[in-house]
Design a protein around this ligand. Structure first.
Ligand SMILES: Nc1ncnc2c1ncn2[C@@H]1O[C@H](COP(=O)(O)OP(=O)(O)OP(=O)(O)O)[C@@H](O)[C@H]1O
Length: 220
């Protein structure tokens, strides 16, 4: 069954704005069509292996795909991939680290006025910048990679199970940080999770990803 295109009811306030997926397809999945308004959050769930991560990767333009992603007036196919990926940032479930030291991954970000606040809220003191990446726990990597993504100031945030390695208290902190940033920067967000309760806390629209499209979920 092909799902109808979806959009948030408040979209009329933002004509032509936000992140729009238009007949996006990849690896035999799709087409997917939906709009996420500025400041909005789309929650995606679905069975393991259905293609949630690949959907985020298609939106981030890191895998081949058909159809379009449009961010405000920018059409993905007309924007160079590095520029698109700077605007549309994906936080993968398992973060990548290139250098031995944590601080080397943050260079200019240390001057970002929000850096110190994010570090404190996510439970780090400044000396973590001197640490070796090899000593980081899975949860520390997850929290630090969120900071690294946010200080690049993306206009769209694609979050792939961003709290999977965190305790309850830190899950709440991450949910609050993302909500604050969506509100203050008016960025659009897609949040992938197997935790349905979490998606109904953080997102204004929740959908199940099927191989043929998105199916809107209602809170029960
Ligand atoms: N390069 C590729 N070529 C073909 N198939 C791929 C490629 N990369 C991943 N896949 C397949 O695409 C499918 C979807 O993978 P994906 O990681 O998006 O699933 P998911 O819904 O995020 O699953 P999970 O909930 O387990 O994380 C999987 O069957 C995977 O094996």
């Amino acid at each position: 069954m092909k799902a109808a295109p979806l959009q948030s009811p408040s979209l009329e306030k933002f004509p032509g704005q936000g992140l729009r997926l238009s007949n996006l397809s990849f690896l035999g999945n799709g087409p997917y069509s939906i709009t996420v308004i500025p400041g909005g959050c789309l929650g995606l769930t679905g069975k393991s292996g259905v293609g949630k991560t690949q959907l985020l990767r298609a939106v981030a333009d890191v895998i081949p795909h058909d159809g379009e992603c449009i961010l405000n007036a920018d059409v993905c196919s007309s924007v160079s991939p590095p520029i698109w990926r700077k605007m549309v940032a994906m936080l993968p479930a398992e973060s990548f680290w290139w250098y031995d030291s944590v601080g080397a991954h943050f260079n200019g970000g240390l001057l970002d006025p929000e850096f110190k606040d994010l570090m404190e809220r996510l439970g780090f003191s400044q000396d973590v910048m001197e640490w070796q990446v090899s000593r980081l726990s899975t949860g520390e990597r997850q929290r630090l990679s969120l900071i690294r993504t946010l200080i690049n100031r993306p206009r769209v945030l694609l979050l792939d199970e961003p709290t999977s390695a965190l305790d309850k208290k830190m899950v709440a902190v991450v949910e609050e940080i993302v909500a604050d940033i969506r509100f203050h920067r008016q960025i659009s967000c897609i949040w992938v999770s197997h935790d349905r309760d979490q998606l109904f806390r953080v997102a204004d629209t929740v959908c199940t990803v099927e191989t043929t499209g998105l199916v809107k979920e209602n809170r029960e």
